[in-house]
Design a protein around this ligand. Sequence first.
Ligand code: ZN
Length: 862
Amino acid sequence: MADAQTATQAPNVTRREDYNEPDWRVPEIALDLDLDPAATRVRTTLWVERGGVHDRPLRLDGDGLTALSVKVDGAETMDWHMDGPNLVVPLSGSAHTIETEVEIAPERNTQLQGLYASSGMLCTQCEAEGFRRITFFPDRPDVLSRYKVKLTADKTRFPVLLANGDPIAQGELDGGKHWAEWHDPFLKPSYLFALVAGDLVANRGTFTTMSGREVQLGIWVRAPDLAKTDHALHALKLSMAWDEKVYGREYDLDVFNIVAVDDFNFGAMENKGLNVFNSRYILADPDTATDYDYDAIAAVVAHEYFHNWSGNRVTCRDWFQLSLKEGFTVFRDQSFSADQGSAAVKRIEDVRGLRASQFPEDAGPLAHPVRPDEYIEISNFYTATIYNKGAEVIRMMATILGPEKFRAATDLYFDRFDGTAATCEDFVQCMEQAGGVDLTQFRRWYSQAGTPRVSATLAQEGGRARLSLRQLVPPTPGQPVKEPMVLPLKLKLFGGFTGRPMCDEQLILLKEDAQELLFENLSETPVLSINRGFSAPIVVETNRTAKDLAFLSAHDDDPFARYEAMQQLMLDTLVTSVTNGGTDHAAVIEAVRNTLTDSALDRAFVAEAVLLPSDSFIGDQMAVVEPEAIFRAREALRADLGKALEAEWRAAYEGSLANRFEYSPSAKGARRLKTVSLGYIAASGAADADQLAFDQFSLADNMTDRQGGLTTLVNGASPLREEALEAFYQRYQGNGLVLDKWFQAQALSTREDTAEMVERLVAHRDFTLSNPNRARSLIGAFSVNQRAFHDVSGRGYRFVADQLIALDKLNPQTAAKLIPPLGRWKRFDEARAAKMRAELERIVATPGLSKDMFEQASKSLD
Ligand code: ZN
């Protein structure tokens, strides 16, 4: 029976409160790898020291390794044993030299963790626990070592040999082989180890640091991709300069290399001096990359570079502290991107992302605190909560401290913990000390899961107004009862008649369950602007009318609040339509008209503001999600907006026809508004809409416009749809990253037959589960297409479960990441919920299921 089977193999739970310091330290390690895709020899020397007074043996983590030889202090020994996958060596003294030898087969490594092969090259991914798949080692982030690495390989197949740190020596060997030696002078945990071997070329550059040292930069790719690396190199230089200017952080090695690989489980990895990237976050030219891609490349390059300080120089004591480096580093990359263009649009995009992925996570079965208390498989905790809510937590502390004290606090943190493995608590203490604030209650942001909800009611009594605030933190798995949080709320009042601000912006800290604020001497009826800039990552409910929201969407002086007012107005309208069939769209139409025709506004902002909330976000507002009704209500509003404002959309469309491709904030904004307008023109049912989309598609000189034309057609029924899909496919055959867009466009289609089409695409000759980007472009995209995935027949659920079961056998990490859409069953009607549960049960009962999938699927059933 399935239950018996999983019960007997129930995977171990790791708990934060069980943390102990390492029994043995490893101040130095030498690795000697004879690289070969079929059989790589790894000879490792560890200099180990007993930590404290104890008589426990040396335990080295391993995963799928067989020890071919073990030496202690130079002599071969038989005095060792395996404990499951791990190697245990009894040692008598306080310091020894341990040598081990293993053989691994990178070409058979489909998990893409440890050492693996991708498009003819060999590369590594060690975070979180991949180093133990290469050699026996205490594979935990608080064991910090100095690394010496020697790589030997066939010179023709692997002319380039890279590792962390600085290149020390290289040479030729008989039999067509060569070798290279790299030393990393900085202490680092094993998860930051990396090597790359391949036939690669580099786009080279230099950067002179603030103290005048010259750093050699290299973006390494296969020769045909070299022309697509300028943007990444430029972004790297901008990031290096930005971290000096904003955080006073200088780069510390003589070289900084980035390698792009095609098969990668996530975005990129910050290995010391040798970042390894998913090629989608490096390669760009106007013909193949969208503006979104360009922005994402700059953000990820910055993110990984910033980890050199927030992650590498100061690392994490244990994996429960993951947000210490990830939340902080996301906050840093978000601030960097905000400084490169429109900060308001960047904030809107980040909040939209948080609402699309983190809020649902926080409201579902996989909810966990920013600093989790336990895990089965740490890979499952590289989540939107750790990364994006973690970034919001740092942002709130920055808001509370103000810029100068926040900078003093990060200086203190980097100074105090340089070269060590730290905790979230260490970080907060630096904030308290340098900021002169007490963050005792604020710490609940690290320990309590769930998105706080605030209700804000403004009541006028003559010349006074009373603002009543109440907060509620909903129960989450394992945390039925919550304490009130500290919520930094930026707010302001506007005169509903004159439109004038009635006070300066205030920052209030809501700390109690309920609090009241009094405003005196008001000369007119006030309208409340609250959580401006999204100062707290919460849900706010107000008693504002449609008129108030329309007013704020036109007059608020905080661009985020303006966007937010429009979104709320749209949401209220849509939720009313879904629940009572209401079709009064007049208020939304007028508000959109005002924004669209306001020539003082940035085009990029307008494009964001006039977009309707997504199907899933509308669903998140409802007690029971009704996918078809939501889809119909949203389409009806889109059609009305399209028709009522057809002239305005056409004017915006024409006005945004940029001449030649240029990557600048204003050109990007124009392209964005162009495709958004095209979408509304199509929604209006205009006779020429398909041709307009097809012309945009075929005449485009850049991928943003081409993709915009294509996705508009893909949602429709025109014969031009097939023509465009075919032309796109022919043009980009052989370009994997662009074919991902082709699969994704079809998986995200709002058409009724999408499930059927996606089932057919799995058999397409370019589809494969073994490339994570491709798997995500079809299976991942389909499962967030609310209408198609939740087809009442249940075929979408069955299809995704089948694919995930197959993917788990190859790549558990990537498969487990795709479980959450199935885990949202509680939000749907009984019939759908039963079907979703049945698929999760089928997954849990699959023989040989990975612990990654076991954890995600079994928790999703609770
Ligand atoms: Zn990161």
